[in-house]
Design a protein around this ligand. Structure first.
Ligand code: DGL
Length: 272
């Protein structure tokens, strides 16, 4: 039986709009509710306990919007707090598991690189999934905390000296390990694909967690017969926990298109 309720997506902030963009491309007929915890971003530098507490509140908020499925677009939540979804009354997907599988299916040399926030890298979630699927794989992980503020400042051009030098410094170890596949394990990193791809070289495949996750969610909804069959124009509802002055600028970079700020609602996530 088709299910016309929206799909819920949450992130620590606006970074998850890169994932929403892929979800909307993959499932143009679905309704989406997005929550970005802009008052508490970043999650990537916080403790596991705090990230878990925030994830629970974010999930609860989406449930209050009558969603049929919840996606943690946030790499950090997916790596640290996916088990918070165990009790949810709806299906849940984080970005780590399918992205790890995609990387294992892509690599020929079994040398895989992972970049993400400090919490994501410290929790070794990608390593765990990859070694389950391919015990002989060699994984090199590096946290790249400066990528998030660079993207949010709009510094994303591949020839920008600051962007390039920062990326070169972060990627040095991964290049030395001669990986042939690199997981972009944070919402913001697809925006830096050009510079990262340029530095890594053509022989390295970049894995965008948003693309992989969108395909996996669609496949699961289809297999459960939960895709939307309505012919009404699909709706996108955006919620944030703080409307900052840079909202429109940052949202445009991450979503790849204009967002009408008036249509975005602010919620107090601590009172859910
Ligand atoms: N959304 C986060 C992630 O994908 C990046 C920003 C943050 O640190 O909260 O890990």
């Amino acid at each position: 039986m088709a299910d016309n309720r929206p799909i819920g997506v949450f992130d620590s902030g606006l970074g998850g709009l890169t994932v929403l963009r892929e979800l909307e491309k993959e499932m143009p007929n679905e309704n989406f509710v997005y929550f970005g915890d802009t008052s508490r971003v970043p999650y990537g530098s916080k403790s596991n306990a705090t990230i878990r507490q925030y994830a629970l509140q974010d999930e609860k908020f989406l449930l209050s919007k009558n969603v049929k499925y919840i996606i943690a677009a946030c790499g950090t939540v997916s790596a640290v707090a996916s088990d918070t979804a165990k009790e949810l009354p709806v299906k849940f997907m984080g970005v780590v598991e399918n992205t790890a599988r995609d990387a294992v299916n892509t690599t020929k040399t079994k040398k895989i690189g992972v970049i993400g926030t400090t919490a994501t890298i410290n929790n070794k979630a990608y390593e765990k999934y990859i070694s389950k699927l391919c015990p002989e794989a060699e994984v090199t992980s590096v946290d790249c905390p400066l990528f998030v503020p660079l993207v949010e400042a709009g510094w994303i051009e591949k020839d920008d000296i600051v962007v390039r030098k920062t990326a070169e410094r972060y990627l040095t170890t991964i290049i030395q390990k001669k990986v042939d596949t690199l997981i972009l394990g944070c919402t913001h990193y697809p925006v830096l694909s050009e510079v990262i791809g340029d530095i890594m070289g053509e022989s390295v495949t970049l894995i965008n967690a948003g693309v992989t996750t969108a395909k996996a969610v669609k496949a699961e909804l289809k297999s459960l017969d939960l895709l939307n069959d309505s012919t009404n124009k699909p709706k996108r509802a955006l919620y944030v926990s703080d409307k900052t002055s840079s909202f429109s600028k940052v949202a445009k970079i991450l979503l790849g298109g204009e967002v009408d700020e008036q249509s975005v609602e602010q919620v107090d996530i601590t009172k859910i």
